[in-house]
Design a protein around this ligand. Structure first.
Ligand SMILES: *Cc1c(COP(=O)(O)O)cnc(C)c1O
Length: 344
């Protein structure tokens, strides 16, 4: 088969959730935005639902509606972007819980869907989403009177354990919410690792479920194998690929594999990345193109069927640093063209 194969190990995903759940001193949800960090929100969501996860988080109402159709009526689905104009139908039909970010959203929600579930998102210093203290205190009594299901805020620097921003945001969150009889959530993956004070009534890990840092004990969830389409001998002095950016300094054997930047294999990683044949590194040579990558397999005694980009020898994080980015972007860039194989 010429399609590259993306293997998604749901057993590892579930084990990662269990590990983060064990570290959480409270209820543990799961963030499945961006189509489950690129792995398929329906597949990831169903596996976690079977494990007993009751609270899922997505970025947009349409994502939430799609997830509801996949998961059925049981679990809670929270929407970080809140209640935007045009989202009312999805929120109603998907029985979603929008995390309201502003007075505007609060009014829109109470007017268009009175009595429908909602939560509140507060800004405790990140300045991205949520109500700031002044705005919150102005509408707090009205909001609390309508019984929000959950109040959340998000940490800007939780991946750096001793960053002073963490304690500052924790104190602001407490100042804005202490004394309210409403469940609260502050910690994503990084926040779970900061300890009990950050856990409140629910934690909501994302990246740690999918094999990414800062959760150091996370198990890899994806592997990516690129089939070799063709192998050729390249003589010393000949070039490979667009722009002649690589030339052979000795007679070499070059494999052309299926997969490229259209599949989310970020072009910039090329010069710093190898594909693996078992334990042997085969450096990527020449430019990564849209559908193809060329790698130097001169050192292999036998030509395998495929070379591996992600797997035992190379994690999402390794590839991310080679591309000058983070694991989140590697995962969410994974394309739609892969043959996807699921390990239950
Ligand atoms: C993405 C996101 C999360 C999950 O964060 P991870 O670092 O992936 O664990 C939690 N809360 C909010 C508001 C988010 O945007």
């Amino acid at each position: 088969m010429s399609s590259a194969k993306l293997t998604i190990n749901l057993e590892s995903l579930v084990q990662n959730w269990r590990a983060l759940n064990a570290l959480s001193s409270t209820q543990t949800g799961a963030v499945v935005k961006a189509d489950g960090y690129g792995l398929g929100a329906d597949i990831v969501g169903r596996a976690l639902l079977r494990e007993g996860v009751q609270s899922f988080f997505v970025a947009t109402a349409l994502e939430g509606k799609t997830l509801r159709d996949a998961l059925g009526g049981g679990p809670n689905i929270y929407v970080f972007s809140g209640h935007m104009e045009g989202d009312t139908g999805a929120i109603r039909n998907g029985a979603l819980t929008p995390m309201l970010n502003s007075t505007n959203q609060l009014l829109r929600h109470l007017e268009t869907l009175p009595g429908h579930l909602f939560g509140i998102q507060l800004d405790t210093g990140m300045n991205r989403l949520g109500m700031e203290p002044n705005e919150w205190f102005a509408v707090r009594d009205i909001a609390i009177g309508q019984r929000p299901a959950l109040i959340i805020s998000h940490l800007a620097c939780a991946d750096i354990a001793d960053h002073p921003m963490n304690i500052s945001q924790l104190e602001t969150f407490q100042m804005m919410t202490n004394g309210l009889d409403i469940p609260r959530s502050l910690a994503a993956t990084g926040g779970i690792l900061l300890g009990k004070a950050y856990h409140f009534e629910m934690t909501r890990p994302g990246i740690g479920l999918y094999g990414g840092m800062p959760f150091a004990d996370t198990l890899p969830v994806v592997s990516l194998d690129l089939p070799i389409i063709q192998v050729r001998n390249v003589l010393s002095g000949e070039t490979v690929g667009y722009g002649n950016s690589w030339f052979a300094t000795c007679d070499s054997k070059i494999a052309t594999v299926s997969g490229g930047y259209a599949d989310g294999i970020i072009r910039a990683m090329g010069p710093n990345t190898s594909l693996y044949a078992g334990d042997t590194a085969c450096p990527i040579v020449g430019r990564i193109s849209m559908d193809l990558i060329t790698a130097d397999i001169t050192n292999l005694s036998e030509t395998p069927d495929s070379l591996q980009l992600l797997g035992k020898r190379q994690t999402v994080e390794t590839v991310a640093s080679a591309a000058g980015t983070i694991g989140y972007e590697i995962l969410t860039s994974l394309g739609q063209r892969y043959y996807r194989s699921i390990i239950e």
